[in-house]
Design a protein around this ligand. Structure first.
Ligand code: GDD
Ligand code: MG
Length: 348
């Protein structure tokens, strides 16, 4: 089975993390989110994906093209100007002649895709939307449905009082290709604001698949940090890991005997922790990093090739790839990117 990955958004709310890379490529425990999504899809029997890109599309192709060993065939489709979610789906029509999956690419979830597809077929739906229940629905698409589990209303980002439903669009859909005829070609279309309401009006069978496991969209930096904490706490199966006393180590990690690693923590491949440094808890360090002597890193997420010099202090921070945190420097409750402190403030 095939899946379409919607990956063209600007990732504005994740800035400055998305200054140099598209949102789906932010690392989750040392590996791009999109790669982890594809690997999870593969486990559910998806062997071919189409990645629909716009913002920093080349970054995505450059990353995946050399990775033919992923075991999933990848096609790329790039927009010259953003077509919106519906326009992007229509634009990929030629790849799909059978039931297929569509995913927003900023979601970390334990949704069982194989079960979702089975449900879709059993309900003989033309579209099935995975849904979770949340308290505050204002940032999401809200779904109302009948007692048989068929959707009656889809309302994107409702204003207060517009819908009483607490079930939201989880950004994972199963489509029958025939519904694509309802989306106009070469036009900017929002699947959420235009296509779903139109399909409902025309009487298409749209089923809701309720899911109550782990689900989060990494729309903001606070949520991006929370995902790591949740994975380290074992709340999600999104990243399969084996840990010893809550510490997950990549290959070839060197930890000086006088350094302390406090779990839960993740340390990526080829990273070195120098003498008397302290790492953790709730800390994720990417690949090829160097954590200098007597430095302290807690409650933080570091990307790849980061150097933390001696006596530096990092707490509740996100540090992007290639950064150097200088000797004695303190990075607290913020993002360090392009070798400078961002104006972003992280909640604690
Ligand atoms: N190719 C392409 N072109 N992709 C796009 C475009 C576009 O013009 N616009 C957005 N996308 C991709 C984004 O990269 C993302 O993966 C997905 O479509 C959804 O866009 P977001 O910008 O993340 O939307 P949102 O978070 O405000 O709302 C969506 O997700 C919620 C769940 O997190 C909606 O689908 C809501 O209904 C949903 O509840
Ligand atoms: Mg989103």
């Amino acid at each position: 089975m095939k899946a379409l990955l919607l990956a063209g958004g600007l990732g504005t709310r994740l800035r400055p993390l998305t200054d140099d890379l598209p949102k789906p490529m932010v690392p989750i425990m040392g590996r791009p989110l999109l790669e982890r999504i594809i690997l999870n899809l593969k486990k559910s029997g998806i062997d071919e994906v189409v990645i629909s890109t716009y913002y920093k599309s080349q970054y995505i192709e450059d990353y995946f093209k050399p990775k033919e060993d992923l075991g999933v065939k990848i096609h790329y489709i790039t927009e010259e100007s953003p077509l919106g979610t519906g326009g992007a789906i229509k634009n990929a029509e030629k790849f799909f002649d059978d039931t297929f999956l569509i995913l927003n690419s900023d979601i970390v979830s334990d949704i069982d895709y194989a079960d979702l597809i089975k449900y879709h077929k059993r309900r003989r739906a033309q579209v099935t939307i995975a849904s979770i229940e949340v308290r505050d629905t204002s940032q999401y698409g809200v779904i109302e449905f009948d007692e048989k589990g068929f959707i009656t209303v889809f309302k994107e980002k409702p204003k207060p009082g517009e819908s009483n439903s607490k079930y939201i669009n989880a950004g994972v859909y199963v489509f029958e290709p025939e519904v694509l005829k309802e989306i106009p070609e070469n036009t900017v279309v929002s699947v959420e604001r235009e296509t779903y309401p139109k399909l409902l009006e025309k009487g298409y069978r749209m089923a809701i698949y309720k899911f109550n496991g782990y689900w989060i969209d990494i729309g903001t930096i606070d949520k991006y940090k929370k995902v790591h904490e949740d994975i380290l706490k074992g709340k999600s199966r999104f990243v399969s890991t084996t840990s010893s006393r809550g510490i997950i180590l990549g290959d070839n990690v060197k930890i000086h005997p006088t350094a302390r690693v406090i779990g839960p923590a993740y340390i990526g491949n080829n990273t070195e922790i120098d003498a008397y440094a302290t790492v953790g808890p709730y800390t994720v360090i990417g690949n090829n990093c160097r954590i200098g002597q007597e430095s302290k890193v807690s409650q933080s997420v570091l990307w790849d090739n980061v150097k933390v010099r001696r006596f530096a202090r990092l707490d509740n921070a996100v540090v992007t790839s290639e950064c150097i945190v200088e000797v004695n420097m303190e990075v607290k409750n913020t993002v360090f990117t392009a070798n400078r402190l961002a104006s972003t403030t992280l909640t604690t």
